[in-house]
Write a protein that binds this ligand. Structure first.
Ligand code: PEP
Ligand code: MG
Length: 325
C-alpha cells in the first residue's frame, strides 16, 4: 500500500483551492518509525507509550523509557512527536500491574485514572520524557481525561517534574507543550475552560465514539450498528473544531476515523486541519485531500449535516464520485 502512493510522498496534502491539511502518523514502537520517511508524514501525532509497557514482563525503568522516547525524537528530527502518557487498562493489559476483574473495562480503571491513583508511574514517565526531550520541544498529552480538574492534576505533576529537573541541573526541553485528549464526552461541556489551559487538543474518536453512542468499540456484532458519518457525530465534532478555532488552540484528530478517506473528507470540510493516522492511511487520505475543492465540499456538507438520516455516507460517496475524488 505504501508503494502505491510513493510518488506522492513529498507532495503537500493541499486541496485544489489551497487549503493545507497536516497529516501525521500514529506510532507506538520503534519499528513504526521508518514509516515517517516512507509516508512523508509531518510528524507523529500520537505516540502510544503503553506499547513498551505491554511487551515488557516488568515495569520499564526510567532509563529504559528515556531510551525509547529519545530514539523516537532523534529519528523524527525536526518533526514533532506527541507522546501520550500511559493508557493501560481497558483493552490494554500489562503483566506487572495486578488488577481486579472489571464488568466494563473500557469504562473502568484505565489510562489517567490509573496514573492519578498511582502517581509514581506518571511521574517516572514524565521524568523519562523530560530527559529524552532535553534541548528539544516536548509534546505530552494525557488520555481519557473526563474533567478539567483531572487535567489540572496532571499539569501539577508535570510542573513538579520540571522543577525537579531544574533542581538537579539537567538541561530541560526548550519548550514543554501540554495537551489533552478528548475521549470522554463529558469533557466537551468544559471546553471553554479547558481550551484556556491546554496547548493543544487531540480527539481520540475510537474511545470518544464508543461513549458517544454507548457502543463497544471491540464488539464485532456492533461494528456496523452506528456510522461515524451520522449527522449527530458531525454536528458534535463541528462544535469542537469551532471552539478550538475560536480559542486558537491547535486540534488534531487521532482516531481511526481520520484514516478513512470519506470520513477524512467530511472532517476537513468541518474545519479540521490536522489528522494523525496509521502510516498506511497517509497515502489514500492525502490523495483524497489533493482532489477536493474545499469550497464545494464545505457547501455540500453543511447543507447535509442537519439530515435526519442514519448516516450521510451515501450522499458523501456520491459527491466524491461526481467530483472525481
Ligand atoms: C482513541 O481512543 O481514539 C485513541 C486514539 O486512543 P486508543 O485507540 O489508543 O484508545
Ligand atoms: Mg483511546
Amino acid at each position: 500500500l505504501l508503494a502505491e502512493y510513493a510518488s506522492e510522498r513529498d507532495l503537500p496534502a493541499e486541496t485544489k483551492d489551497g487549503f493545507k491539511v497536516d497529516l501525521l502518523m500514529n506510532a507506538g514502537l520503534l519499528v513504526d518509525l521508518p514509516s515517517l520517511d516512507k509516508t512523508g508524514a509531518e510528524g507523529i501525532g500520537l505516540f502510544r507509550t503503553e506499547f513498551q509497557f505491554m511487551v515488557s514482563p516488568v515495569l520499564p525503568k526510567v532509563d529504559e523509557q528515556t531510551k525509547i522516547y529519545k530514539t523516537a525524537l532523534d529519528i523524527a528530527g525536526d518533526r514533532p512527536v506527541v507522546f501520550r502518557t500511559l493508557d493501560i487498562g481497558g483493552d490494554k493489559q500489562v503483566p506487572f500491574l495486578p488488577r481486579d476483574e472489571e464488568e466494563n473495562p473500557a469504562m473502568g480503571w484505565r489510562a489517567i485514572r490509573v496514573a492519578l491513583d498511582r502517581p509514581a508511574l506518571l511521574r517516572f514517565q514524565l521524568r523519562a520524557l523530560l530527559y529524552a526531550a532535553s534541548g528539544k520541544t516536548l509534546y505530552v498529552m494525557f488520555p481519557m481525561i473526563a474533567e478539567v480538574a483531572e487535567f489540572r492534576r496532571c499539569r501539577v505533576i508535570m510542573q513538579k517534574e520540571i522543577e525537579r529537573l531544574k533542581k538537579f541541573g539537567k538541561v530541560p526541553p526548550v519548550a514543554v507543550k501540554i495537551g489533552c485528549m478528548l475521549e470522554v464526552p463529558a469533557l466537551s461541556w468544559q471546553l471553554d475552560i479547558l481550551l484556556k489551559e491546554i496547548d493543544f487538543l487531540s480527539i481520540g474518536t475510537n474511545d470518544l465514539m464508543q461513549f458517544f453512542f454507548a457502543c463497544d468499540r471491540s464488539n464485532p456484532r456492533l461494528a456496523d450498528r452506528y456510522d461515524l458519518l451520522a449527522p449527530s457525530v458531525l454536528a458534535f465534532l463541528h462544535m469542537i473544531f469551532k471552539a478550538c478555532a475560536e480559542a486558537n488552540v491547535p486540534v488534531t484528530l487521532c482516531g481511526e476515523m481520520g484514516g478513512r478517506p470519506i470520513e477524512a473528507m467530511a472532517l476537513v470540510a468541518l474545519g479540521l486541519r490536522r489528522i494523525s493516522i496509521s502510516p498506511t492511511s497517509i497515502g489514500p487520505v492525502k490523495r483524497m485531500i489533493r482532489s477536493v475543492h474545499m469550497g464545494q465540499l464545505q457547501q455540500f456538507l453543511l447543507s447535509n449535516i442537519g439530515s435526519p438520516e442514519h448516516s450521510i455516507r451515501d450522499s458523501l460517496v456520491h459527491f466524491a464520485r461526481d467530483h472525481g475524488i
